[in-house]
Design a binder for this molecule. Sequence first.
Ligand code: HEC
Ligand code: HEC
Length: 428
Amino acid sequence: MTRPTAALLLLAALAAGCSRSGAVNSPATPAEPAADARTVFEKRILPIFKSPDPSSCVQCHLAGVDLKHYIRPSHEETFVSLRDQGLVDLDDPGKSKILALIQMGADDQAGAELIPAKTRKAEYEAFAAWLAAAATDPKLRAAPKLPAADLAGPKRPVEVVRHARTDRLLASFENTVWAMRFRCMGCHTEGTAENKKLVEEHGERVAWVKAAGPAATLAYLRASNLIDADKPEDSLLLKKPLNAVKHGGGQKFLPGDQGYKAYRAFLDDYARTVKDGYPDAKSLPKPDAGPRKFGTDIWLKLENTPPDWGDRLAQVDVYAWDAAKGAWEPDPIATADRGVWGKGRLWQHNLTLLAAKGSDRAKAWAANGPSLPKGRYLLKAYVDRKGRLAKDWTAKLDRDDYAGQVEVTSDWRTGYGKMTAADAGKVR
Ligand code: HEC
Ligand code: HEC
């Protein structure tokens, strides 16, 4: 049974601040404490238990844990269950951990829009009033322990509770949709000159990349009709850039390209998370072992592309020269993919910079913005001649699709007008 696990871990996490050793108050004994506490429970806690509405926890926990999970139909059992998990402070009920959990999001502005302050206040006041009454009942205080399997707590194991946290969701969003925003932001970033023009024509909806950053953009998208949590692959956020639903910006994604992969992985995981579709730790997506991705406005073009690249998806990986080792770095420092313009014999796109998670390079780019130093670089080109990615969006271009390599020297200035160019005719 996984049920008590998360609750017990929580206990451990919160134990540091635990202050129950000190003053040992003798239990007060008012006239009819049990009846009083029971009335409060039935009037104020049971409605929370029975309500179809989410509790304040959803502000940060998309699934896996809810205030309801800590409540049992009976007043006695609920109290003993909370008591046994260390969530009640018998001597100072106002300091109970369950109250701290309810207060967790009280000063979090971003999430506050999702949960009205009055929901949290009502939960807090109901639990505070009930615990104050129940903790004075000597019978409840002394009631025998519940068997571990009867403890009421999170429905999902702790790994799932963690995966479904909104801060984890934001981290995943930043490394997927947000990292790929450069393909879209010219037209869709709120407040830019181009966006203002488009807003006049199409309305506020085209301003979906929020000037305030990734958290604001994610909050907007979650509340919009652009994500279809029932069928994530049908989300407008994917179908518009594919031009599968007519798109004012034309076709921006090819099925299976890096932008598509990033959006699709985010949408699939988001939908499954909010549908509580991960029953256990092993059903969770594998942790992304790949590098951290940084979108940029650094452009690269390959001119004079060979005829057999024409209108295929081509990917270019960029390798930096390691002067100390006298060799190319083993992992690409940047990548980009895009359909080749066969008639114009041209491939061009903006680069996504890559750095191992936690590396000095990743830290520096996160702090100061991503950039590439001036120097020698090796470009390795892959061309999807067999149309593999259109058939299976999860497929990756590999050795079989390798078209060759060419060296460039560049200072990688940013902006479409300052593009680094290489001759695809020299790719061997
Ligand atoms: C403002 C955001 C926020 C709100 C609201 C919130 N939590 Fe949490 N919760 C967190 C964070 C962040 C963690 C991880 C804390 C840590 O690891 O130190 C966490 C951890 C937990 C854990 C421990 C799981 C683990 O990783 O060990 C449980 C259980 C939990 N919360 C339950 C609740 C319940 C029940 C509510 C509603 C009454 C709630 N939380 C409301 C942010 C929140
Ligand atoms: C050249 C400008 C341009 C670019 C670049 C562009 N779009 Fe658009 N997009 C538009 C215009 C104009 C509309 C409004 C008309 C329409 O709905 O198609 C639009 C609408 C949308 C909508 C519908 C918004 C709504 O709420 O109805 C989505 C979603 C969208 N684009 C996604 C994207 C994504 C994702 C990218 C990048 C991969 C992108 N667009 C790049 C011009 C652009």
